[in-house]
Design a protein around this ligand. Structure first.
Ligand code: SF4
Length: 373
């Protein structure tokens, strides 16, 4: 029986020229993520999905690891078309190996024999037509790390833009200047999972903090709409001093960047820390607010975090978007994207009106249609 790696080798294309460079005889450098792997002939990069054969960098193509329809609040984006349906696809593999990953079946499929996630052959046009049929407003590359499969995401995003949809990455942010320039023409929204503000912690997860901070700043300067999530893990990244430095950094990029601090629950290989409590989230949120961040949210514990699920005007505190979990209970932003009470411009990507909500919980596209993707 073929191994998963062999199955995936049959589903590849050549890397985009922007994301690869020959460095010596038989070796090329990949620029799809911050590892910038120098890859010799016949070898894989750290992500184990991009490899060199006959001097050519081969990259994932032509399949999905999964497709799901999510409320956009689940990604989470709170300042981009609240209530919209986000047609979400992933591939397989990741450039980090976080022991608490909540998508480990797809992200660690190449590293962990227990993470069995077979690929499903897919066509970009069919995927996007299905997104349109279901009423999605955004197509999102998520579940595995999208940067390492950027060629395939861009191909799907070209179809999405043609059909009037927005596009997004849900990513660890371990980018390079080259990959950000490569996706720039095709991306509207970008969520970065800022896991810590300590390089030692990032090295434990298999990365470095510097490329992630560069990605956040660069995306903001490019005009891509950015929201940040920090999964608060007791004993790992909840030190007040670390949260102080993390939120001060975000505020130095822009006080308008929404920061979501979300609750950890025991998962995958990290089962030692206790689950995050509402009080821990609220304390972290307080640090973010004191550092000047205007939009701070607490996630994963609906109804237990006071006001921190809602969007309030940063200027007059009027309640603008009322939420319970992913469910939109109230919406008052004007067609100009302003506060109806004081007229302040509310940062984000807003529609002319609230278009209702197709689903406040995730669902799978029909199984028959999924097989035809
Ligand atoms: S995507 Fe990242 S980990 Fe994978 S080969 Fe390229 S630089 Fe290495």
């Amino acid at each position: 029986m073929a191994t998963l790696a062999e199955v995936l080798e049959a589903r590849t294309a050549h890397a985009a020229p922007e994301l690869v460079e020959p460095i010596s005889k038989g070796r090329v450098r990949c620029y799809a993520c911050g590892h910038e792997c120098p890859i010799p002939e016949g070898a894989y990069g750290v992500c184990r999905v991009r490899y060199v054969r006959d001097g050519v960098l081969h990259v994932p193509w032509g399949y999905v690891g999964g497709v799901q329809c999510d409320p956009i609040e689940k990604k989470p984006f709170f300042h981009a078309h609240p209530g919209a349906l986000a047609f979400s696809f992933g591939m397989l593999g990741c450039d980090l190996h976080c022991s608490y990953c909540q998508n480990w079946v797809t992200s660690q499929a190449l590293r962990d024999p227990q993470a069995v996630a077979p690929p499903i052959d897919a066509d970009p046009g069919v995927l996007v037509r299905e997104a349109v049929r279901l009423g999605a407003r955004v197509v999102v590359s998520t579940y595995n790390e999208p940067l390492i499969t950027s060629e395939w995401a861009v191909e799907i995003f070209k179809h999405a833009r043609r059909d009037g949809l927005m596009t997004a990455y849900v990513s660890n942010g371990n980018g390079t200047p080259r990959v950000l320039e490569y996706i720039r023409p095709w991306i509207d929204l970008y969520k970065v999972d800022l896991k810590s503000f300590d390089d030692k912690h990032y090295r434990q997860l298999g990365g470095r903090i510097e490329p992630i901070l560069h990605t956040i700043r660069a995306l903001h300067e490019m005009g891509v709409w950015v929201e940040i999530v920090t999964l608060l893990i007791p004993g790992f990244n909840d030190d007040p001093d670390e949260l102080q430095r993390l939120t001060a950094f975000l505020a130095s990029v822009s006080v308008n960047i929404p920061w979501h601090v979300t609750a950890f629950h025991k998962d995958y290989r990290m089962s030692d820390p206790e689950n995050t409590t509402p009080e821990m989230l609220m304390h972290a949120a307080d640090i973010g607010r004191r550092n000047g961040l205007r939009y701070v949210y607490a996630g994963n514990l609906p109804g237990r975090v006071g006001d921190l699920e809602h969007t309030r005007c940063h200027n007059c505190q009027a309640l603008l978007v009322e939420r319970y979990g992913y469910f939109i209970q109230g919406y008052k932003i004007t067609s100009e994207g302003t506060c109806p009470d004081c007229g302040a411009a509310i940062p984000g990507r807003w529609g002319a009106s609230f278009d209702g909500q197709i689903a406040s919980t995730p669902f799978l596209p029909g199984s028959r249609r999924l097989r035809t993707l």
